[in-house]
Design a protein around this ligand. Structure first.
Ligand code: NCD
Length: 342
């Protein structure tokens, strides 16, 4: 086993706190190698026979399906449990018991749950690696990795790098777990300028602000999107209405920070890349990221979702210690999927 393999193999991925820059670079190096498999130019069966337990106790489209797709693309099988009411958790079973049982049926588990800390609690009862697919408002480490991977690629295309990055994060920074994890990862780099724009009630938690300032970065916190921001990245978020005590509470903030072509042109530069973890709330009263930006070349939201498959493939390969065996288990692609250029 190589030194780099041993860092990951068999380990849970619960928080971005467990990564340093070397580990991130290695994940991205492996993610780059996944491109031809994700694009169906080649096929690998390196995980043939392996089973992913994909447990989603909270709504999800892309995270759940991209975990499953990533595992399938490596040749493995996926067993899915969706929704709390369809599982024995609804009968009062503990996360520990569920983990003991399901880890007997799986080689690796991806899990999402509405409570902060729940995935770590589950992992304590699991005999196989557990990947956190989002635990309440706490963390979303695999999303942060795919966001960072996207930022690196977008920066590269614009001749810049993550060191020295200028990023504006907008919206619900209190409950948005993706921005919590992403801020912590970006804090590992040098001279990042964070501009955090949210209603005061939905400001970034203190612990994250501390991680930013401890890293020696520049931090601007405001409740206004005003003036011209020299941002490389504008990271827009959805109001996390499911985390509020009532719908009326969440409604107070709906539509507060919208981004459309006009607002983008007013506050951002022609270089500014637009990101959003998705889903974007397309209802008229929210509409935090307007369809009129759909054709904008700087809109990276669908590049993010594509990159998610590569990063999750890399994480599976690393967690199961097969990242150096991909080519050895290649098979021909026998079909052709015609794809439009949309
Ligand atoms: C995010 C999440 O679930 O935290 N979605 C995702 O995983 N891509 C963001 C959100 O739901 O707003």
């Amino acid at each position: 086993m190589s030194a780099s393999t041993s860092k990951f193999a068999g380990n849970h991925i619960l928080s971005v706190n467990q990564f340093n820059r070397d580990a991130i670079e290695y994940i991205f190096h492996i993610a780059n190698q996944m491109q031809p498999y994700a694009q169906r130019q080649k096929r690998t069966e390196v995980l043939r026979g392996a089973i992913l337990g994909n447990l989603f106790f909270e709504p999800s489209t892309r995270t759940r399906v991209s975990f499953g797709t990533a595992f399938n693309l490596l040749g493995g099988e996926v067993r899915e449990t969706v929704g709390m009411s369809n599982s024995a958790l609804a009968k009062g079973e503990s996360l520990y018991d569920t983990a003991r049982v399901l880890s007997g049926y799986s080689d690796i588990i991806a899990m999402r749950h509405p409570q902060a800390g729940s995935v770590a609690e589950f992992a304590a009862g699991s005999r196989v690696p557990v990947l956190n697919g989002g635990d309440g408002a706490n963390e979303h480490p695999t999303q942060a990795l795919l966001d960072l991977y996207t930022i690196e690629k977008e920066c590269h295309a614009h001749g810049s790098s993550i060191d020295g990055l200028n990023i504006a994060m907008i919206g619900d920074l209190k409950y948005g777990r993706t921005v919590h994890s992403l801020c912590k990862l970006l804090s590992l780099y040098k001279n990042v300028h964070f501009t955090l724009i949210s209603p005061t009630e939905l400001a970034m938690p203190e612990s994250i602000l501390t991680a930013i300032t401890n890293g020696g970065h520049q931090l601007t916190v405001t409740d206004q999107l005003s003036g011209s921001l020299d941002a490389d990245i504008c990271y827009q978020t959805r109001i996390q209405e499911e985390r509020f005590t009532s719908q009326s509470e969440a409604d107070k903030f709906r539509g507060k920070f919208r981004l459309d072509q006009q607002i983008y042109t007013k506050h951002f530069q022609s270089k500014t890349v637009i990101m959003h973890p998705l889903p974007r709330d397309s209802r008229a009263e929210a509409n935090e990221l307007d369809n009129d930006l759909n054709q904008h070349p700087n809109l990276a939201i669908f590049r993010q979702t594509d990159n998610g498959v590569l990063v999750r493939m890399a994480l599976f390969a690393l967690s199961l210690g097969v990242e150096n065996l991909l080519q050895q288990h290649e098979k021909p692609v026998l079909w052709h999927t015609p794809k439009s250029t949309l």
